[in-house]
Design a protein around this ligand. Structure first.
Ligand SMILES: Nc1ncnc2c1ncn2[C@@H]1O[C@H](COP(=O)(O)OP(=O)(O)OP(=O)(O)O)[C@@H](O)[C@H]1O
Ligand SMILES: [Mg+2]
Length: 253
């Protein structure tokens, strides 16, 4: 079975000041097997969003190769099985939440009958039933994040790429995201997401990669990265002697 994501020696350079270049990715290699939940971590500016933009075909890499389900990301067909939540899901503000889901679903060729059922299901999943027929212009930040997630799932994708899915969400919203990710895993889906919420990552990921200045500085199964030991917080399950947060700080400093 092919990997959901395969990245080899990826380099991305942006034009910098005075004719120079900013190297956002410096030879990044990583793979995500199908069915895994992969947490993509790293400080601000490490290159997480840039990596996702290459996978989505928004920007072209300066060097290296990226594949989704064995298709080069430069081929449009590579994107047919993916869903994406952007870092700033600020979309067509004149549409209602339900209309946004319909528009996204129509782009994937879904019929009106399928979309009626699916949009109702997704609006319930992200807790937006009562706001479904309001314009997005009236949504709060967290509500835009929720509708963005529903939009990412409208085509029932096999790979879901989420750029900071819990950003702007209240505690219940965060728990809901965790449940949604767990439910996607149950259904054999692959989830690749970035986050700064290390306690969330610790709970939900099979594997994590830590990026710093465009290079992977640590990668592995969650259970291998943080050693089993005493509970990090009294009353919480015993996840680690060293918490992911402590490990993260050690790796990026
Ligand atoms: N369009 C662009 N032009 C120039 N530089 C860019 C551009 N996009 C990103 N960069 C630079 O590339 C580097 C990586 O940025 P990126 O947005 O991928 O980081 P990130 O890991 O997603 O950070 P954050 O956690 O803050 O979202 C940064 O130095 C950023 O300034
Ligand atoms: Mg980012």
């Amino acid at each position: 079975m092919s990997n959901a994501i395969d990245i080899q020696d990826l380099v991305v350079e942006f034009p910098g000041a005075r004719g120079g270049a900013v190297r956002a990715l410096q030879g990044l290699s990583l793979s995500v097997a199908q069915g895994q939940v992969y947490g993509f971590l790293g400080p601000n500016g490490a290159g997480k969003t840039t990596t996702m933009h290459v996978l989505l075909g928004f920007i072209e890499a300066t060097a290296g190769v990226a594949r989704l389900f064995d298709e080069d990301v430069r081929q449009a067909i590579a994107r047919r099985r993916i869903g994406y939540l952007p870092e700033h899901p600020d979309t067509y503000r004149f549409l209602t939440g339900r209309e946004l889901l319909f528009m996204a679903g129509r782009l994937f060729g879904l019929s009106r009958a399928v979309l009626n059922a699916r949009s109702a299901e997704l609006l319930a999943l992200v807790g937006l039933e009562t706001a479904a027929d309001r314009r997005l212009a009236t949504y709060s930040r967290g509500m835009l994040q929720r509708i963005g997630l529903a939009q990412a799932l409208v085509n029932d994708p096999d790979l879901v790429i989420l750029d900071e899915p819990t950003s702007g969400l209240d505690p219940l919203g965060r728990i809901r995201i965790r449940e949604i990710i767990a439910a996607l895993r149950e259904r054999g889906k692959t989830v690749f997401f970035s986050s700064h919420e290390l306690s969330e990552v610790e709970r939900v990921c099979d594997r994590v990669g830590i990026l710093a200045t465009g290079c992977l500085v640590a990668e592995g199964r969650m259970a291998e990265l943080v050693k089993a030991g005493e509970p990090a917080v009294a009353g919480e399950p015993a996840i680690a002697g060293e918490s992911l947060e402590q490990y993260f700080i050690r790796m990026v400093s």
